[in-house]
Design a protein around this ligand. Structure first.
Ligand code: COA
Length: 246
């Protein structure tokens, strides 16, 4: 386990929090493992009805740890990041995120699997995969065009343009904007509300809302295959080294 993911429980809410402020909450393999474990345990724990994701500090997350990209060896499909993504996509209970500050890469793509997203005015959402010589992950190349339309998805996924909180709200990527000091309280109160709903009806409704995403699993497999190729490309290596060397 890692100290960079804090897991806490408030009644039937499981709260998963990024706590790696000194590295802008960049997500390491150990952090993915901790989050996958939290999701797997929560899915069989009848007393957990909803998950809340949040982050310490003034950033949600700077995305995947880039030094982990540099040193990565092995099979993408069974990497800690991929196992987390699969657990997220398969999770059957509601997930709610509180986003304060930047949500980069998987920080944004993981939100496409959440049911509700609340953000501070300082939040921004970016998916700079192409700039890093990579391709989108977590089903984002399917889910983002479905969610916000191809034109806006192309701005994010191809041009790598960040969306401000206001733009994300207008595009339908997030639910509400509220001040950073009330964000978590508001998110937890929505989680408490959803936790009181009739559970069978809630779970079934959620599954029905996602039934248009039947292609998601195959699509994610395609993304993993492309991602593995891209990760070893010279384009990606150059981009990672540029970041590491600043
Ligand atoms: N992976 C690894 N380390 C990261 C990181 C990442 N994704 N993002 C930030 N860090 C580290 C920095 O290397 C730095 O470490 P150091 O203090 O040991 O030098 C520390 O976190 C602070 O980052 P810094 O860049 O100085 O903060 P900033 O406020 O100037 O900028 C960001 C914040 C998020 C804009 C910038 O760090 C960034 O662009 N990060 C990379 C985002 C990215 O491309 N993620 C991958 C998406 S697929």
């Amino acid at each position: 386990m890692t100290e960079h993911i804090k897991i806490s429980r408030q009644n039937s809410i499981l709260h998963v929090r990024f706590t790696r402020e000194e590295k802008k909450n960049a997500i390491t393999g150990a952090m993915y493992v901790a989050m996958t474990h939290a999701l797997t345990s929560a899915s069989t724990d009848e007393n957990i009805r909803v998950i809340v994701f949040s982050a310490a500090g003034n950033i949600f997350t700077a995305g995947n740890d880039i030094t982990d990209f540099v040193t990565f060896a092995g099979s993408i499909e069974i990497s800690p990041a991929a196992l987390f993504i699969k657990a997220l996509a398969n999770f059957q209970k509601p997930m709610i995120a509180a986003v304060n500050g930047k949500a980069v890469g998987i920080g944004t793509t993981m939100l496409l699997h959440c049911d509700l997203v609340y953000a501070s005015p300082e939040a921004s959402f970016s998916t700079p995969f192409v700039d890093l010589g990579l391709v989108p992950e977590a089903g984002a190349s399917l889910l983002l065009p479905m969610r916000i339309g191809y034109a806006r998805a192309a701005q994010m996924l191809l041009l790598g343009e960040p969306f401000s909180a206001a733009h994300a709200l207008e595009a339908g990527l997030i639910n509400e904007i509220m001040s950073a000091d009330t964000l978590l309280e508001h998110t937890l109160s929505k989680a408490a509300t959803i936790a009181t709903k009739p559970q069978n009806a809630l779970t079934a409704s959620r599954a029905l809302m996602r039934s248009g995403q039947e292609a998601l699993k195959n699509h994610m497999d395609k993304e993993f295959a492309q991602f593995a190729l891209a990760l070893n490309s010279s384009e990606a290596r150059e981009a990672f080294l540029a970041f590491v060397k600043k």
